[in-house]
Design a protein around this ligand. Structure first.
Ligand code: HEM
Length: 137
């Protein structure tokens, strides 16, 4: 919703009840009050996502394209990023990087091992084969 209204985090978080429920997803503000009863995931999860940046929760579910297409109709504006407390913000990069770096280092070793084991076994088999041949001659 280009040029939509700008809301502060404080304002958005006040709308945290079933009859008045706003969500923050990817910097946009959604008034999902009318959607509460229709949401296939239920109204409880939506309520639990108020008062914070719900981007991670929304993304983690793996919502379908048709779910994403429904979103614009509930969008009422944007949240002023400067007013969202840092620990409640979904930071793609900073959230992922430390763990990711560790896992990819471990992943590299695992790949190496997975490659090394069959190569070693093959070498062993070939060595045994040529040893057997040498013995027979
Ligand atoms: C404007 C916001 C949202 C819309 C339009 C929306 C829409 C939908 C739709 C259409 C589905 C059916 C499955 C699909 O098509 O992906 C769904 C499922 C679901 N949604 Fe949402 N959703 C929204 C926000 C959220 C949030 C913030 C959460 C928080 C965790 C959530 C949790 C779930 C869950 C748990 C399911 C059920 C998944 C399943 O049974 O496999 N949704 N949603």
């Amino acid at each position: 919703m280009a040029g939509g209204k700008m809301y502060s985090f404080e304002e958005v978080r006040k709308h945290n009840v079933r009859k008045d429920c706003w969500l923050i997803i990817a910097g946009k503000v959604y008034d999902v009050t009318a959607f509460m009863e229709e949401h296939p995931g239920g109204d409880e999860v939506l309520l639990a996502c108020t008062g914070k940046d719900a981007t991670a929760d929304f993304v983690d579910i793996g919502h379908s394209d048709s779910a994403k297409e429904m979103m614009p109709q509930y969008c009422i504006g944007e949240v002023d990023a400067a007013t969202v407390p840092a620990k409640l913000t979904y930071a793609y990069a900073s959230d992922a990087s430390p763990d990711k770096a560790a896992t990819s280092a471990a992943g590299a070793w695992a790949t190496l091992l997975r490659l090394a084991v069959p190569v070693l076994l093959l070498t062993l088999a070939l060595a045994m084969q040529s040893y057997g041949k040498a013995k027979a001659e």
